[in-house]
Design a protein around this ligand. Structure first.
Ligand code: ADP
Ligand code: MG
Length: 458
């Protein structure tokens, strides 16, 4: 067989004649060497993360198809950056040419997205434990913690981290059978299997793996048959010491309508949560993202990143969306990267975020509770408690009134905010305050002051 260097030269020629000149030059012209061939992966070095990510998203399948016209045993390309290559060299003794092996699993059947790697997962206080645990699990599948249960709100990187485990394991051993399954897909597949009476194929697919990644397990709620099936699969894999990784939007103990023998098993291994990243962490995430979104990350001044990070504070997906939008807006219209232009680009997003974002509202409720309690020199938890001294009941009633006045929440909802009080208590409290306001000047002044403090515009 020809050397991989020769093969790459040929593939480059094929690309050159089939791709647009610009595209070819931007993506492939500078890639001249094979870094190494290992476990049937042929490593190419991209000049930067941007080119790497573009090749991965748009050209990798084509490259692999071309490659496999030239080799007798299945091989796949892997794109790494110079930095990653340098790191590799530090770790190991450099080049190694592996004997090609037969019967390589096609990594594209695993359901994994190969751009989710530990390398581009930005670690901070909010996700460090989850990250370290995932690393250890990837390092020692079936040994360190089984199952690994990762939970947290939407858009905080659960899927990303779970897929890192799969990609990492696969990279070290291309023979490992890894299956990434979204829970809703699992349920659909199971229903189809039930219709076609093809249960065996279904269990085979899920049990005959080294690593099973099940995303968003909360969707099993209420699906008894799928739960039973999943239970069987879980038991089988666990018995065989095969690694299971599960993600969920809540802790196992808060899962609802899922049989307890299943949820209790989720707690057998290790449960780790991912929280919202703080400001510095968000800025780091933006910087990392920028490296794969543009060929010149320096183009965007830090203050724009700070601006975006300060607004999009509860979800990494939104944060990334905002960055892409600013990039697109300024590039498409040839505007300068300034904070004002960023504001323009994000105007709609910010607006709809304010209207639709529950968390935003929740924060404002909490804010109001804090403002009222500190106005009356009591703690917020005392105000929310069931304590019945006048010192607490009066501020409590004031706060209920303000929530009703500013947000027009239902009485029921207000009751929930105040530690699950009955809605009739809330109605009574608010009426009480309404009466007071008509008869008591001081209370009226207090209320006016509080409403201003809470941000009510007259
Ligand atoms: P979840 O599964 O928790 O809803 P995802 O894993 O889909 O969230 O993450 C949403 C987006 O945010 C993805 O594009 C992911 O790559 C990115 N992301 C989340 N956390 C991080 C992080 N710590 N570093 C880099 N990217 C992240
Ligand atoms: Mg997810």
């Amino acid at each position: 067989m020809e050397s991989f260097e020769k093969i790459w030269e040929k593939i480059k020629l094929q690309l050159e004649v089939t791709l647009d000149e610009d595209v070819y030059e931007e993506h492939f012209d500078d890639i001249n060497n094979i870094f190494k061939v290992h476990n049937n992966f042929v490593y190419l070095i991209a000049p930067n993360s941007y080119v790497k990510s573009k090749i991965e998203s748009f050209y990798l399948n084509r490259l692999n198809a071309l490659l496999n016209d030239h080799v007798s045993d299945k091989h796949l390309f892997k794109i790494i950056t110079k930095e990653e290559a340098a790191e590799e060299l530090n770790k190991s003794s450099g080049y190694e040419i592996n004997v090609p092996e037969k019967d390589i699993e096609n990594k594209y059947k695993t359901g994994l997205n190969n751009s989710y790697t530990f390398n581009n997962f930005v670690v901070g206080a909010s996700n460090r434990l989850a990250y370290t645990s995932a690393m250890k699990v990837a390092d020692q599948p079936g040994v360190f913690a089984n199952p690994l249960y990762i939970f947290g709100e939407v858009g905080l990187g659960k899927t990303h981290l779970m897929q890192c485990v799969g990609n990492y394991v696969l990279e070290n051993d291309v023979h490992k059978k890894i299956l990434y399954a979204k829970t809703d897909q699992f349920i659909e597949d199971y229903a189809r299997a039930a219709r076609n009476k093809s249960f065996d194929a279904f269990s085979q697919k899920h049990e005959n793996v080294d690593i099973l990644l099940v995303d968003d397990i909360q969707f099993l709620a209420g699906k008894t048959q799928s739960q039973l099936e999943f239970f069987k699969i879980f038991e089988k894999l666990k018995d065989d010491n095969k690694q299971i990784v599960i993600t969920s939007d809540r802790s196992a103990s808060e899962l609802f309508d899922i049989m307890s023998r299943l949820t209790s098993r989720f707690e057998w291994g290790l449960s780790v949560d991912i929280n919202r990243p703080n400001l510095e962490h968000r800025i780091l995430i933006l910087k990392k993202k920028l490296q794969s979104e543009t060929s010149d990350p320096e183009l965007i001044p830090e203050e724009i990143l700070e601006y975006i990070a300060s607004i999009f504070d509860n979800n990494v997906r939104e944060l990334e969306g905002a960055l892409k939008r600013v990039l697109f807006y300024c590039t498409a219209f040839d505007y300068q990267f300034t904070v004002t232009n960023a504001e323009d680009a994000l105007q709609n997003l910010i607006h709809s975020k304010k209207l639709s974002n529950n968390n935003y509202q929740k924060n404002s409720f909490n804010n109001i509770l804090d403002i009222v309690s500190s106005y009356y020199n009591i703690t917020t938890s005392d105000m929310l408690s069931k304590k019945r001294k006048k010192k607490y009941t009066f501020p409590r009633q004031m706060a209920m009134y303000i929530l009703k006045d500013m947000y027009d929440l239902t009485y029921k909802k207000i009751g929930q905010i105040f530690n699950g009080r009955d809605h009739s208590t809330v109605i009574y409290s608010i009426e009480q305050i309404s009466n007071d306001l008509q008869t008591d000047k001081d209370k009226k002044t207090d209320m006016e002051t509080l409403l201003i403090k809470c941000g009510k515009k007259s």
